[in-house]
Structures are given as C-alpha cells and as structure tokens.
Design a protein around this ligand. Structure first.
Ligand SMILES: [Zn+2]
Length: 157
C-alpha cells in the first residue's frame, strides 16, 4: 500500500508585513463585522473580496432562527460580488471575526467547509488561485490559494 502525504503551506505574518492592498482588504473585513446579524451565535464575522477590476465587496454573517437559512460572511461577500460584478474573478479574500465578547479574535478565523467549497468553485471557474487572508490580532495567515486548505477539492470541470 502506498501513502500519499498532503502538505499545506501557510505564511504567518504581522499586519505591517502585508501589502497596502492586503492591509486595506483586512481592514474592510474587520469593519464589515459591524453589519453582522448574529443574535444566536453572537459570533460576528466579516469578509472582504478584492476583484480583478480593483473593486472590493464586503459581506458578513447573517443568521436565522432556522439555522440553515443563515449564511456565512465569506459567501455573503462572494455572492454579492458575483451579483454586482458578474464574470469578474476574485483575487483575494480577507476574513475577520469578533467573539462573543465583541473583541476581534486573537487567532485567525478559517472558513467553514461550505465556504471553502465555494472558493474551490471560484478558482476553478476563473482558472486562478485566490489569495486568502485570515485575520487574528496575534497574526495573520496568508494562504496562496484554496488548495492549501482543500487539497483534494471537488470540482466538476
Ligand atoms: Zn462558511
């Protein structure tokens, strides 16, 4: 029997080590936590996507008493971007969150499985990796593409 080892590479950075564009995108993700509707989890997440046309679109989690009806910040931003700028590739996404105490999380927040699959679809659709910036107050994870988080992603293409 053969074993395959899958490895992921994630850079750990401080905010000052990011490019100006990356810092601005992280700032937008942090700011967009303010629009979160999270009366059930009290966990407010913000996301910001940077498109190839230079535009930024933000999103935040929107919960519902019927829990599955809610949607994550990442998909809110991605789908809003798709609605506002159809057929425009996403180049980067930044994600930040505030815990139940209202403070920004110290450790980077990572997208859930459904959001990861959504990013897999976007990368496949536009044939280019999406840079992922996961914010925490201690450090930021810089990820060059979703394959680092989903090494055997499901695609239909
Ligand atoms: Zn999600």
């Amino acid at each position: 029997m053969e074993q395959i080892e899958l490895k992921s590479k994630i850079l750990v950075a401080q905010i000052g080590e990011l490019t100006d564009e990356e810092q601005e995108l992280v700032h937008q993700a942090i700011t967009s936590t303010a629009g979160s509707y999270a009366p059930y989890s009290h966990f407010r997440v913000g996301a910001a996507v940077y498109l190839s046309n230079g535009k930024t679109v933000v999103g935040c989690n929107q919960e519902n008493v019927s829990y599955p009806a809610g949607i994550c910040a990442e998909r809110t931003a991605i789908y809003a971007a798709g609605a506002q700028y159809p057929d425009t590739p996403v180049e980067m996404i930044a994600i930040a969150a505030r815990g139940t105490d209202g403070l920004l999380l110290e450790e980077p927040i990572s997208p859930c499985g459904i959001c990861r699959q959504t990013i897999v679809e976007l990368e496949t659709r536009f044939h280019q990796p999406i840079r992922i910036l996961l914010y925490g107050t201690k450090h930021i994870y810089l990820i060059k593409g979703i394959k680092e988080l989903v090494p055997l992603g499901f695609t239909d293409f």
